[in-house]
Design a protein around this ligand. Structure first.
Ligand SMILES: Cc1cc2nc3c(=O)[nH]c(=O)nc-3n(C[C@H](O)[C@H](O)[C@H](O)COP(=O)(O)O)c2cc1C
Length: 218
């Protein structure tokens, strides 16, 4: 079992958000779950051009940058820890750019069966909207949300403990293959919407249509 931490602060190893996320990784490690860290700032992530190439041919994108490697790592992970500083009550532009480039994950619920968790830090400590957004993104991709932790940039031991506990919770979700009934209902609703869209766009989004057919979802 492996967890992928995607951390989007340009401060990288010195980032408050990353330092909090590291505590989550410690909690995971205590439970025997390994983690890999990817600092988004080290990679090229261009903006989506909405050409829809990735829907026609799955994950084929004409933009030549590091996104396909990152998306592949997301597909291989059992859980994904999304860590972003709060930039005007949102994730960083780099994180949002990555999400936009993963629209195929939303169309085909490619993160189904995985768990997502969020880590946010800010000057004010007012981070609920950002955590909610990370939960929303995960759910749109079909993943369940294990939880989130957020803090003001200078955080204390209690906050570290909370982050550590979140790591243990993600490990226990993975171990027990925990099912959150309300979340699964929500994911199912999103799927019903996309079943209609995928059918309607069958001739344009050929490989996504085939993916849905092969899954027996249509
Ligand atoms: C562009 C930008 C926007 C920000 N917007 C907010 C904000 O809306 N609310 C807030 O409390 N802090 C805001 N901050 C402060 C950062 O969220 C805060 O310093 C954070 O802890 C930095 O995390 P890092 O060390 O992981 O990069 C902003 C910082 C930047 C650079």
């Amino acid at each position: 079992m492996g967890v992928l931490l995607i951390s989007s602060s340009p401060h990288q190893e010195k980032s408050s958000t990353f330092l909090l996320a590291k505590e989550v990784l410690c909690g995971l490690s205590e439970e025997g779950v390994s983690g890999e860290t990817l600092h988004l700032d080290n990679y090229k992530v261009f903006f989506c051009k909405h050409c829809e190439a990735c829907h026609k041919k799955i994950l084929k994108c004409p933009l030549k940058d590091d996104v396909s490697m990152i998306l592949q790592k997301m597909l291989e992970a059992d859980a994904i820890l999304l860590a972003s500083p709060n930039y005007i009550n949102q994730v960083t532009a780099s994180m949002k750019a990555l999400f936009d480039r993963s629209a195929h994950f939303i169309h085909c619920k490619r993160l189904a069966g995985k768990y997502i968790a969020g880590v946010v830090s800010s000057g004010s400590g007012q981070n609920q909207e950002v955590l909610d957004y990370l939960k929303y993104y995960g759910s749109a991709c079909g993943a369940q949300y294990s939880g989130g932790v957020s803090a003001q940039q200078q955080f204390d031991q209690d906050k570290k403990d909370e982050a550590f506990e979140l790591g243990k919770k993600i490990a226990s979700d993975l171990r027990e293959k925990r099912q959150y009934a309300d979340q699964l209902r929500n994911i199912e609703k999103g799927k019903q919407y996309f079943a209609r869209v995928i059918k309607a766009r069958k001739d344009d989004w050929q490989e996504e249509y085939v993916y849905w057919s092969q899954k027996g979802w249509l």
